[in-house]
Design a protein around this ligand. Structure first.
Ligand SMILES: C[S@@+](CC[C@H](N)C(=O)[O-])C[C@H]1O[C@@H](n2cnc3c(N)ncnc32)[C@H](O)[C@@H]1O
Length: 551
């Protein structure tokens, strides 16, 4: 069986929104019953798993769970298989198979099903098969996550895609197709600008703005993405309400139900002006469709991609986040507050602004004025990257307030719950049920996952322990493979010194290679300290091995 993904494999990376623990958190927040399975012992299926960039790190960190990956591309499955074997994963099965031909009776049932980057990029019969398979393959407590391209955001992409498809019709070689696609977009974008200039048109025009914006997007994406997004034979965006209509039609309405979006921030309208919110509420009231607000939000935001969480049609679901779910969750926050003495901060009544370091460019900040919330966020910043269970968080926050001489009994739990929900929908705080095996920079024998050690040499994506993709800084590429938990800090320094001798690593001072042995050792020690600190903060350092046999 040959496949368009054989000659041009898809970039292999993990998708945090599809991690089963995040799906479980969402299921609990939206009151899904029966309660979604704990991920420590679950069955997880990925349809269209490509080279396994999403499944392999999950399978490594959840050894008692069982994973199955399906993809039609033999080249990609062979690659995933080789990696799984090298990592010694015996809880992951990978199959070359077409979704159209999958037999639910032989696959069994799953607690979580992931279908990311597939639905919009396959033919209508495959889409229908995916939707029909989900209720047949999901356990009664199961959750599925499906991503798909949506309008209106995809209209501009569609315009450029049609231009590229027209230019590359009859061109067989992927390399030539890619070059021609990029060139023709440049040509048309420049031609439109030149035509406007020639005609003396100065006012903005939607067509030229859209072309220029799409060209910027296309310039940033790798060839493999362009090939499978713009040049793929099938790429069929749809409106959110159309997707929901198709979900609702499965098994005459009994098959599947929509739970929520996998990005909580997209479900609430914190980015809209108050007047817009009032209008939006009126528009939604005028219909009996409970999801109308979400559809209008797509129109307002010009949304391009959705990642929807679904459950079986016979499960129970709530429309809103259930505050009662929060005491069952753990919370983490990668943030900082600019103050040397947090105790002083808590003693004062003044609101506090926390900078969220996990947001792109660390541009997000979140304010807190309620004393218990301030104390809880200070606590979360202090313990990052580990998470804290709700009860423990509340206790620690009240303890911090008492130490600061503040009344620690009056602030209510309800206020803390409301604040944590607000922080979650603003992407400042993440919730977890399962704590990844996080280690500290001070660990005696620092260890990074076997998956990341293997990927370090490949110039591609690695996976942080909370399943976020990251690219390794070039200076760390030599260190990461050494972090297998067998070397203490002295042994790591010796290994780094060996790399200096072979010329693989060249520490410099003022641009010049360091030659003095003592200065070199000191520079390597500082490099090691700083590198371990940054890997721990990602978080990518794992806890010490629990047994000698663990890899
Ligand atoms: C765009 S890639 C997405 C890969 C990965 N899930 C991700 O999001 O990064 C789509 C994947 O679906 C697979 N695929 C497409 N049609 C399929 C089918 N009918 N049966 C099985 N796999 C299919 C492709 O081979 C490819 O690996």
């Amino acid at each position: 069986m040959t496949d368009g993904y054989d000659p041009v494999p898809y970039p292999s990376l993990c998708h945090p929104q599809t991690h089963p623990d995040w799906l479980r958190v969402l299921g609990l927040l939206f009151g899904v019953e029966p309660t979604p399975a704990p991920v420590e012992r679950a069955r997880i299926l990925e349809l269209g798993c490509a080279c396994g960039g999403n499944l392999l790190p999950m399978a490594e960190h959840l050894p008692a769970s069982r994973f199955v990956g399906i993809d039609r591309s033999r080249t990609q499955i062979d690659r995933a298989q080789a990696d799984a074997q090298a990592l010694g994963l015996d809880n992951l099965e990978l199959h070359v198979a077409d979704i159209l031909e999958l037999d639910p009776a032989t696959l069994g049932r799953f607690d979580y099903i992931i279908c990311h980057g597939v639905f919009s990029w396959v033919s209508r019969p495959v889409q229908d098969r995916i939707l029909a398979l989900l209720p047949a393959l999901l356990e009664p407590r199961g959750l599925a996550v499906v991503s798909y391209n949506v309008y209106p955001g995809c209209h501009a992409r569609e315009m450029v895609r049609q231009l590229m498809k027209y230019r590359t019709r009859g061109v067989a070689s992927p390399t030539l197709q890619l070059a021609a696609a990029r060139t023709v977009l440049d040509f048309v974008t420049n031609a439109v600008a030149a035509r406007r200039e020639h005609a003396g048109v100065t006012e903005p025009e939607a067509y030229s703005l859209a072309l220029a914006r799409e060209r910027e997007v296309v310039r940033r994406v790798p060839d493999a993405y362009l090939f499978h997004e713009h040049l793929e034979p099938d790429n069929a965006p749809l409106y959110f309400h159309e997707f929901i209509g198709r979900v609702g039609a499965v098994n005459d309405g009994a098959g599947l139900g929509y739970v929520c979006d996998a990005s909580l921030d997209t479900m609430v309208a914190r980015d809209l002006a108050p007047a817009t919110l009032t209008e939006l509420a009126k528009l939604a009231e005028a219909t009996d469709d409970p999801l109308a607000v979400e559809q209008y939000l797509d129109f307002v935001r010009n949304r391009e991609l959705r990642v929807s969480v679904l459950s079986r049609g016979d499960s129970r679901r709530a429309r809103q986040i259930q505050p009662a779910a929060l005491p069952g969750l753990r919370f983490a926050m990668h943030g900082q507050v600019h103050c040397d003495d947090p105790t002083q901060l808590l003693a004062s009544e003044a609101p506090v602004s926390f900078q969220i370091l996990s947001s792109p460019d660390a541009k997000l900040s979140i304010g807190a004025s309620d004393p218990l919330t301030k104390a809880a966020l200070v606590e979360l910043c202090a313990v990052w990257p580990t998470s804290v269970g709700f009860e423990q968080l509340e206790r620690s926050a009240r303890g911090r307030l008492a130490t600061a001489g503040h009344d620690s009994t009056t602030p209510t739990r309800e206020q803390l719950v409301a604040s944590l929900i607000e922080c979650m929908v603003r992407n400042a705080v993440v919730a977890r049920c399962w704590e990844p095996p996080i280690g500290a920079a001070s660990s005696a024998r620092p260890r990074i996952s076997a998956f990341n050690r293997r990927m370090a040499g490949r110039d591609g994506w690695l996976a942080a322990l909370e399943h976020r993709p990251f690219v390794l800084e070039p200076t760390l590429a030599h260190l990461v493979p050494l972090l297998d938990g067998t070397r203490d800090h002295d042994a790591l320094l010796d290994a780094l010194a060996g790399l200096v001798e072979t010329g693989d690593l060249t520490p410099r001072q003022d641009g010049e290679p360091i030659r003095d042995p003592a200065a070199l050792r000191a520079a390597l020690a500082e490099f090691l300290r700083a590198s371990l600190r940054s890997l721990a903060q990602l978080p990518a350092l794992m806890g010490d091995p629990v047994s000698a046999s663990e890899s």
